[in-house]
Design a protein around this ligand. Structure first.
Ligand SMILES: O=P(O)(O)OP(=O)(O)OP(=O)(O)OC[C@H]1O[C@@H](n2cnc3c(O)ncnc32)[C@H](O)[C@@H]1O
Ligand SMILES: [Mg+2]
Length: 174
């Protein structure tokens, strides 16, 4: 399976490679514009970023599928505070599959800085005393003491987005 991933962030490439290992993927990382803010602030904007990355990656590389991953934040109905969300999109050039990853609450101190216009990656680095945590364990790793991490979390979104392409069930009547 030939895949074009719409990011050069190693954690995103790793998430795709590991999740789809069964299909022995060859992965090309493509530096595309997400077409949304650096820090998406809603489910809609985050999904749109993932879709744009998937389409643009497929257009730029010789691949069977384009895969886009986008991180965002959102205030979700029924939960307090600000949540970190993540979405994946997959396209074969015709259809698009979408899948969400885990959601976790951000600390209120982090949320306050995002409210002031900051991006999550640098704010997490300030909190943790790290450099580029968004390219390794991520907020998901740091805020769970490693019970999960950003690659695993993004991988769940990738798996869910691939459903329509790797099963027959989206094309039949139930
Ligand atoms: O190079 P790209 O693909 O853009 O990788 P990125 O790390 O910037 O990832 P996103 O654009 O999808 O994420 C939007 C912002 O949210 C941050 N972010 C998302 N998930 C994160 C995580 O688990 N830990 C730290 N920062 C995260 C990220 O660093 C950006 O500032
Ligand atoms: Mg980014």
């Amino acid at each position: 399976m030939k895949l074009a991933v719409g990011s050069t962030n190693p954690v995103k490439v790793d998430a795709v490679e590991r999740t789809l290992a069964r299909y022995e993927p060859t992965v090309t990382a493509v530096n595309v514009d997400s077409g949304v803010s650096e820090q998406p602030w809603s489910i809609e904007e985050t999904v749109t970023g993932a879709e744009n990355r998937a389409r643009r990656a497929l257009a730029a590389a010789d691949a069977d599928y384009g895969v886009g991953l986008e991180g965002g934040v959102a205030r979700l109905d029924g939960t307090p505070g600000l949540s970190l969300i993540m979405w994946a999109a997959v396209t074969d050039g015709e259809r698009v599959g979408r899948g969400g990853g885990p959601t976790l609450r951000l600390p209120d101190g982090v949320a306050a800085r995002l409210d002031d216009g900051a991006e999550l990656g640098p704010v997490m680095d300030d909190l943790l005393g790290t450099e580029n945590v968004a390219e390794s364990d991520g907020a998901a790793g740091a805020l769970t003491d490693g019970l999960t991490d950003r690659a695993d979390a993004l991988g769940e979104a990738v798996a869910c987005a691939f459903g329509p392409f790797v099963t027959p069930y989206y094309d039949v009547d139930a």
